[in-house]
Ligand binder design. Structure first.
Ligand SMILES: Cc1cc2nc3c(=O)[nH]c(=O)nc-3n(C[C@H](O)[C@H](O)[C@H](O)COP(=O)(O)O)c2cc1C
Length: 192
């Protein structure tokens, strides 16, 4: 059987991003659990804000097609999102909006979401750890008919949570990440 492939997408471009660091920790755990991991930066897929007129005039940007195919080449996806004003940041929402508008010739709309498992995580400097962003993201992905695994990780006080190598310092945080990773792998294998 071919290796289980998981794509990890941090939802922040900021240097020193707390969510990029959590994505790094998650990628490490996924690899330890036997997955073949690809960790990308959305900075490599710059996109305009979704605009139907733009799509009608110029079509879907190449970066959307590339990103959608990148997702399609994996069995599972982990999105690690910041929380902005109790929801997901525009980078994350805009990316999902664009990807939800494309399909390859043999596909139906949204197939790329329907046919793979999604895990979600957030990191924030405050006590709630981005739980409201996770609720919003779960809803958005459900609207795209994605299978979102039940476990999730909202990492509180994330500015204190990592060591120098971006591993989680607290056992409770590390266990929560492992539980999410295990479940994402399990659900991804089911639809492999
Ligand atoms: C516009 C804006 C809104 C924010 N709103 C929230 C919020 O609702 N909840 C929260 O926990 N943090 C909020 N924050 C703080 C972010 O969680 C914090 O900046 C975090 O470090 C961003 O993620 P990053 O480090 O991965 O870039 C907000 C930050 C910005 C810039």
């Amino acid at each position: 059987m071919s290796a289980l492939k998981i794509l990890v997408i941090p939802g922040s471009l900021r240097s020193g991003s707390l969510n990029a660091r959590l994505a790094a920790a998650a990628a490490h755990e996924l690899a330890l659990a036997g997955a073949e991991v690809t960790r990308i930066s959305l900075g490599d897929f710059p996109l305009p804000i979704y605009d139907g007129d733009l799509q009608s005039k110029s079509g879907v940007p190449k970066n959307v097609v590339n990103l959608k195919r990148m997702i399609g080449a994996h069995h599972g996806v982990l999105i690690v999102t910041p929380e902005y004003n109790s929801s997901v940041p525009p980078l994350v929402k805009n990316t999902i909006d664009w990807v939800s508008r494309v399909q390859d010739a043999h596909e139906t709309r949204g197939q790329v979401f329907r046919e793979r498992a999604f895990g979600i995580a957030a990191a924030s400097g405050n006590r709630l750890g981005g739980t409201r962003a996770l609720s919003a993201l779960r809803l958005i992905l459900a609207a795209c008919h994605a299978l979102v695994v039940p476990n999730q990780l909202a990492l509180s006080f994330a500015d204190e949570a990592y060591d120098d190598t971006d591993r989680l310092k607290l056992a409770a945080d590390s266990e929560a990440l492992k539980a999410l990773v295990r479940q994402l792998i399990e659900f991804s294998q089911r639809i492999m």
